[in-house]
Ligand binder design. Sequence first.
Ligand code: SF4
Length: 342
Amino acid sequence: MTQPLLSVENLSTWFHTSSGVARSVDGVSFAIGAGETLGIVGESGCGKSVTALSILRLIQPPGRIEAGSRIMFEGKDIVTLDDKGMRGIRGNRISMIFQEPMSALNPVFTVGDQVAEVARVHGNGSRQDAWNRAVEMLSLTGIPSPEERAKQYPHQLSGGMRQRVLIAMALMMTPALIIADEPTTALDVTIQAQILELLVELQNRLGTSILMITHDLGVIAETASRVVVMYGGEVVEEAEVKTLFAGAHHPYTEGLMNAMPQITASRGRLNVIPGTVPSPTEWPSGCRFRDRCSYAWERCEREHPPLYQISGSHTSRCHLAVEPERRAHPHLPLVEQANATV
Ligand code: SF4
């Protein structure tokens, strides 16, 4: 990658609550090049959405971005930018597509008004200019009869159409980066495929970078060129998408791959990762995945794994990188052993 468009360096976003400090994002680093789609994948609670909100500086107290974090975007550090500087970036140079189109739209305004509002807030043109651009953007996202649809209210549109409206809003100011947080989760499977296809097509046409946040490796395979896997508030694996699908290294990524529904899988048998993500106020010592890992041994409890280089730009936060012979001896993960003795 040449000069990255966005570079997240050692990002820590912690929530200082009465029950302890939740280290939801804990020393995360990654970069996105111009025109690139980077996927961030992981279960709920792994820190991916907090990472996205941190990039837009939308973290509310008791959460805060900790000292030592840097988010470099177009030569500026977002972490230290003043409010005026941030308004110039949020919705303008970086925009976001949320996962629930119905709650992201205001039910009492027409969709055309809501799309045009983005230009009115960030641009200098007339109301008519903003409206014309809104219709143009609705048309670009494949909404049929966009002049008519623009005059309708959100409840008059299907879920897929509403998501296209949100994409039109995100594109209004021709941003350099779009953050898409689970953009298809709330949609039917057939509509999901259409929306992903639309995002890829628009990106090819407009050259916008996309940060695709999802729990679904299938979405990553459809859209991204590189992927960051998060677990326990940390990056645990990063690779080109084709490298990851050819051979994931981290046991958590392996678990995510195995949990993907297979057309050939026998009925009723889905592979699941045992247990749940631990609380961010109490990450385990050593490797944060160790209670759920079938390879864990004593070193995993004692030593927090660094990001080891596997090959080229492929990295993994797992001691198996330096003791690969351990892979030959899997056993029941600790959480399954505990369940077995109940
Ligand atoms: Fe499993 Fe140990 Fe690797 Fe963690 S470091 S993923 S516990 S093998």
